[in-house]
Design a protein around this ligand. Sequence first.
Ligand code: FE2
Ligand code: FE2
Length: 340
Amino acid sequence: MQLVYSKDELFSELTFAAPHEIEGRMLHGGLDPAGNYLSPRADGRVKAIDAWTEALQARGGDLFEADASLLSGPRVPNVAQQRLLIGEGIGQPFWNTLTTIGKIEGRGSILIDMQFPNLQDIIKEDISEMAIGHLNKGLLVAHGIDEGGVPGENVGAHDVMWFVTRDLAYGETNFPDVEPPENISRPESDKRWMPQIGAGYEGMMSFLMNLLMIEFRAENGFSDTQDILNTPTLFQDRRAQAELASEVVERIRADEKIHVLSLQLYLGELRSITIVGESGEEIPGADLIDPFWAGLVQWATSAQPVLLAEETQRQFTTLISAHEDGKRIMEQFNGLGDNY
Ligand SMILES: [Fe+2]
Ligand SMILES: [Fe+2]
C-alpha cells in the first residue's frame, strides 16, 4: 500500500469529461461524462487519505470522531425565519449571509502560505508514512486552494462558488457589500492548553481542531442554504437559477467532505502517536488532543451559538422594525424562532 505521496500526486485531478463552468464563470473541479460534479485535486489525494486511514486503523487507531452532535445549538435566523423574511421582501439578510460565507471561504487561502512547524520534531514515531507527515508537502496547500483558488489564476474556488450561488438566486442587486467578522475560531488569547510542548506546535494542533469544528459546523449553513433556495414559493421569477444555485452548494459540500475527512484523519493520527514534551517526557497524543477538543465542543456547540443568537436577534429586531409592517413580521419571526 502506497503511504508516501509527492505533491504532484496529491494535486492530481480526476479525469474530467467537461470543465466546471457556470454562467460564464470557470470553476474548479470538473464534470464526468454523465454531467456529475467531480471535486478538484481528488485523485491522488483521496486515494492517499484512504490508504492512510487504513494504515491508521491497522495500527489500532481510527479517524477522529465527529458526528451530528457537533451541529447543535440555536440558529438565528433559522430556515423558517429566513423564508419568512425573503417572502416578505426582506431579502438582504440572506444575500448578506451568502456573501459572508463566500468571503470566509476565501480566507481559507491563508493555508497556501502558512508555514507550519515540522511535527516530526516532537513526535516519537516516524510520521513520513502518515498524513501528518504530508501536511507541509501539499495537503494544506491543496486545502487552501480548494477554499480560495490559486492566486492569480482565474478558476473560481469556494469563495467564487458562493458568490455564483448568490448571484444565481438574486441576479443584480443594489445591496451594499458586507464583511464577515474578523475571527470565527475560538478566541484563544494567550492561554496555553498544552504547556508540555512549544507554543508553535500547540498553535498548529489547536488550529487543526478549530478548522475541523468550522468545517464540520459549516454543514448547517450548507443545508439551510439549500433548503431556502429550494423553497418553491421563493425567488419565483428565478426558480431555475435558484435550483442551479442549490446544486452549486451541493458541489461545495462534496469538496468539504474531503476536508472534514482529512482533518479527522490528521487528528486521529495525532491521537495515536507519542508526543515528546519539551522536558523529554512522552505524552500520548490523545492526552493533548482530547481535553482541548472537549472545551472546543462546549464553546462551539453551546456557549458561542447562544451568544451569537442573542446578538443576531438584536440585529434582526432593528432591521424588521424598520419595515412598514414590522410589528406583524416580528411576531411571526419570533414565533418561528429556535429555543435557547
Ligand atoms: Fe470550503
Ligand atoms: Fe473546507
